[in-house]
Design a protein around this ligand. Structure first.
Ligand SMILES: [Zn+2]
Length: 111
């Protein structure tokens, strides 16, 4: 049981460390996005300003997509990750730790 728990914690911390590293490094530079994300952002742009543009192109920084340019001339460069807020992720990790500790404690007492 504790082996599983430790593996789980290790996995959580690995995920969190990777996420934190990615968040910190990517916040300083352009945030690479996928083709689909660029297209989604373009659709949002069209809805927000009721743009009639029918074409768009990717804006690339090196070999990564970092934004889009609409037919109307609007340019969007993604400088922050689309999925943000490391503090929220941190809180979730802490919450799940607390609940697992509670479960362990409860089951230990009842045996
Ligand atoms: Zn546009």
């Amino acid at each position: 049981m504790f082996d599983t728990f430790e593996i789980l914690m290790f996995a959580l911390w690995t995920c969190f460390a990777v996420y934190a590293t990615w968040y910190i490094t990517s916040a300083k530079h352009y945030a690479p996005i996928t083709h689909d994300e660029a297209r989604t952002l373009w659709k949002i742009h069209k809805q927000i300003i009721r743009c009639n543009g029918r074409k768009w192109r990717e804006i690339r920084h090196g070999n990564k997509v970092v934004g889009f340019q609409c037919e109307c001339g609007y340019r969007h460069i993604q400088k922050r990750p689309i999925v943000v807020s490391a503090p929220v992720a941190n809180t979730q990790v802490q919450d799940s730790q607390v609940s697992i500790f509670d479960k362990l404690h409860t089951s230990y007492e009842s045996t």
